[in-house]
Design a protein around this ligand. Structure first.
Ligand code: CO8
Length: 258
């Protein structure tokens, strides 16, 4: 699948860009958007020419949630059997670092999608929230789990139980976003961060992301053991020799991703 209808996909240098493009629904995540984002991210992930992926939306909305109109008539069995969640597991598991560039609404599934990314860089116009409680449901794409890990129990409970939104400044204070930038500069700033990440050695990026992911899921002792092993494994790469030689020789490293 490369003929996408709901996303725009482009490569800029070593960075793969995915722009959600459903303006008529504030980028609501229907089944097709999900399938297309997962497909594009998986293709970028398989490409050694790509060292970072950016996922973004429009100035008005990163994504205003899962598509309520698509979900409205479904039964519990439909939701279970439709495997609406399986694709996102694949997305969250891509090895390449993913940056969410968020302007406007990142609500419900939109907030949850941002939290599947490794960095969240927000425009000062960004609004985050889990408003599913207003619809008689609750977060279903990871919000009740990832939000707690990002902002702690009490802020997460406030957002999930009241359904209120928080602005970019509050989200940054709470630890949900990596950086806040002026809206007009969002894509330029994200592009610079993505270029910086993509200039690193790919094996070390994969290893570092895997270790960060492990920290979210494992007890400390297990995570530390995992870190020690992946750290050691990088000493079998040419890029480790190159990176350390370049430091000694006072020159920039030339990584070969080997
Ligand atoms: N789903 C479908 N359509 C939407 C959605 C959405 N989540 N959000 C906005 N739209 C549509 C509107 O219906 C409207 O379409 P139309 O013009 O045809 O009526 C268009 O986008 C523009 O929206 P508004 O006119 O409402 O724009 P406003 O600027 O007045 O308001 C808001 C913007 C505040 C963002 C408002 O649109 C809103 O509250 N949206 C819904 C936010 C929300 O509740 N999100 C959570 C959805 S549930 C969810 O995400 C569950 C995730 C887990 C499920 C996983 C299983 C797949």
């Amino acid at each position: 699948m490369t003929d996408y209808a709901t996303i725009i996909v482009e490569t800029r240098g070593r960075v793969g860009w995915i722009t959600i493009n459903r303006p008529e629904a504030l980028n609501a995540l229907n089944t097709q958007v999900c399938a297309e984002i997962v497909d594009a991210a998986t293709r970028f992930d398989a490409d050694e020419g790509i060292g970072a992926i950016v996922l973004t939306g429009s100035e008005r909305a990163f994504a205003a949630g899962a598509d309520i109109k698509e979900m409205e008539a479904k039964s519990g069995l439909d939701m279970l059997m439709g495997d609406h969640f399986g694709g996102w597991t694949t997305f969250a598991a891509v090895r390449t670092p993913v940056i969410a560039a968020v302007a406007g609404y990142a609500l419900g599934g939109g907030c949850e999608l941002a939290m599947m990314c490794d960095l969240i860089i927000a425009a000062d116009t960004a609004k985050f929230g889990q408003p599913e409680i207003n619809l008689g449901v609750m977060p279903g794409m990871g919000g009740s789990q990832r939000l707690i890990r990002a902002v702690g129990y009490y802020k997460a409970a406030d957002l999930i139980l009241t359904g209120r939104t928080m602005d970019a400044a509050e989200a940054e204070r709470a630890g949900l976003v990596s950086r806040v930038v002026p809206a007009a500069d969002l894509l330029d700033e994200v592009g610079k961060v993505a270029d910086t990440i993509a200039s690193k050695s790919l094996p070390s990026l994969y290893a570092a992301k895997a270790a960060l992911d492990a920290a979210m899921e494992t007890p400390l002792a297990e995570g530390l053991r995992f870190e020690r092993h992946v750290f050691a494994s990088l000493f079998d790469t040419a890029d480790q020799k190159e990176g350390m030689a370049a430091f000694r020789e006072k020159r920039p490293p030339e990584f070969t991703n080997r």
